[in-house]
Design a protein around this ligand. Structure first.
Ligand code: NAP
Ligand code: MG
Length: 487
């Protein structure tokens, strides 16, 4: 494990191709959640810095160097960026681990490769993004163009900091936009590190800018800035609603990827060995800090006891602790505040009548790290707050069902609609239930897969728009229809 100080991580804002301090000179303390100790100060961007970054992005948009660059050349630069992220995988994984508390092996095996995959996938799009000719009435040639929207404000959360940034940057850049991105206050390091890679890849100054800072300050300045054309956001549903309300004033485009309380369903006719094995990873991976976590496990009555046993075994088997220990499967929660939130939710569940089958009490570290063990709640029902609200921690609720109708009604009885998973050997039932569930992604005999080519996003209060795939790049374009008289 390389000590943090030897990584020489940039901790300044990245504006117009250069690292710089915040205009106010302020810094905020960045905490390593696995130790509770400070990793040092990070530039605290505010409204003035957002103003400078948006001005740089506007200039880089209007000078046309990026948007009208030949498509093959833009592809080459984006491929180079993907290669550079891959070459820097170790440093990026180390920084991600210091910042988030997640296991290093997961950062290296999942976060960084998914980021590279996303950058590569969209690097291929500039030569494929095309309009259409339209069969209109009359003697006209009518065609559409896919033009960039302009300056995009991107705001990302702390659970997969680099991957979330890649999911936002890659399609925006491939479509020819320019960007100001604000990372989450808890996890600014990998985004700031990308700044130097942007320069090395040959992305012109001002095309991508990173401003670390707080949501209520830098974030608020970004979502209200008149020169920002679109906000792309991933985070909590409450902040998403606030962004949408605020964007209404100037009709900024918005795309939102918000919370979830995803149903994970096991029918008695499933391949039970595989299904039971999937329960733990679906909820406890990344400390449960996953928007598509399978946090509500619905199991057919006849296999309820078996499922509780499997969940309990999975919870107790997963080693919690030092993220740099190879054997660790569950690292630290991202912050003291989030740790308190998870603790309170489990207490609330117990006061609502839930029973604890595994975990259920925080690990005492005397403030030196925020660890919560995988926790399984039984004796719960779909009306309890602990089952209705997103906890975003390693807490699973298990609920039995007796009929398919009852199951579908319960699975859909939520404000969210991000993902769902179901296990059965009956192919007709699998697709019937997959179609009946209101969610942006449904897994059959699998859980939690993501791929840059497959659309991802939420029904209902889990969001607006789809990232990844062709949908994901179209979200960063305006369609323009051009009519030409042929007579
Ligand atoms: P959050 O407040 O929604 O934060 C997400 C991002 O939005 C951060 O970059 C945040 O900045 C920024 N932000 C906050 N207020 C803003 C404002 N007024 N204007 C512009 N940007 C603003 O989420 P959180 O507080 O970190 O986490 C709370 C809960 O959100 C979690 O427990 C979980 O339930 C949910 N969540 C969901 C996802 C997901 O992937 N769907 C990811 C993370 C969290 P700061 O970091 O500086 O506050
Ligand atoms: Mg941190």
């Amino acid at each position: 494990m390389t000590p943090f100080n030897e990584l020489n991580a940039p901790r300044q804002l990245f504006i117009n191709g250069e690292y710089c301090d915040a205009a106010s000179g302020k810094q905020f303390d960045n905490i390593n959640p696995a130790t509770g100790a400070s990793l040092g100060g990070v530039a605290e961007g505010g409204a003035e810095d957002i103003g400078r970054a948006v001005a740089a992005a506007r200039r880089a948009m209007d000078d046309g160097k990026w948007a009208t660059m030949g498509s093959h050349q833009r592809e080459g630069i984006l491929h180079k960026l993907a290669d550079l992220v891959e070459q820097n995988a170790k440093n990026l994984a180390l920084l991600e681990t210091y910042d988030t508390g997640k296991p290093y092996r997961d950062a290296l095996a999942v976060d960084i490769p998914l980021s590279v995959q996303t950058l590569r996938y969209y690097a291929g799009w500039p030569t494929k993004l095309r309009g259409e000719t339209n069969p209109v009435a009359g003697n006209f040639l009518t065609y559409t163009r896919r033009e960039p929207i302009g300056v995009i404000g991107q705001i990302v959360p702390w659970n997969f900091p680099l991957f979330m940034a890649a999911m936002k940057l890659a399609p925006a850049l491939a479509a020819g936009n320019t960007v100001v991105l604000k990372p989450a206050e808890q996890t600014p390091l990998t985004a700031l590190y990308l700044g130097q890679l942007m320069n090395e890849a040959g992305i012109p100054p001002g095309v991508v800018n990173f401003v670390s800072g707080f949501g209520g300050d830098a974030g608020q300045a970004l979502i209200t800035h008149p020169d920002v054309d679109k906000i792309a956001f991933t985070g909590s549903t409450g902040t998403g609603q606030h962004i949408m309300r605020t964007a209404a004033d100037s009709l900024k485009r918005v795309s939102l990827e918000l919370g979830g309380k995803s149903p994970h369903i096991i029918f008695a006719d499933a391949d039970l060995k595989s299904a039971m094995r999937a329960i733990g990873a679906a909820i406890f991976y990344n400390q449960g800090e996953v928007c598509i976590a399978g946090s509500r496990l619905f199991v057919e009555e006849s296999i309820y006891d078996q499922a509780v046993e499997a969940a309990k075994t999975a919870a107790e088997k997963m080693r919690v602790g030092d993220p740099f220990d190879e054997k660790t499967r569950v690292g630290a929660l991202v912050s003291a505040e989030h740790f308190d939130r998870v603790c309170k939710y489990v207490e609330l569940g117990v006061s609502e009548g839930a029973e604890i089958a595994a975990g259920g009490a925080p690990i005492d570290t005397d403030g030196k790290g925020f660890f919560y063990p995988p926790t399984v709640l039984t004796g719960v029902n779909n009306q309890m707050r602990v089952v209705r609200e997103e906890i975003f921690g390693p807490v699973l609720s298990i609920i039995p069902f007796s009929s398919q109708e009852e199951l579908i009604a319960q699975a859909n009885d939520t404000q969210y609609g991000l993902a769902a998973g179901l296990w059965t050997r009956d192919v007709g039932k699998a697709h019937t239930v997959a179609h009946a569930i209101k969610a942006g992604t449904v897994y059959i005999n699998a859980y939690g897969l993501l791929d840059a080519s497959a659309p991802f996003g939420g029904f209902k209060m889990s969001g607006i728009g789809r990232e990844n795939g062709e949908d994901g790049i179209k979200m960063y374009t305006e369609a323009k229809t051009v009519w030409t008289s042929l007579s």
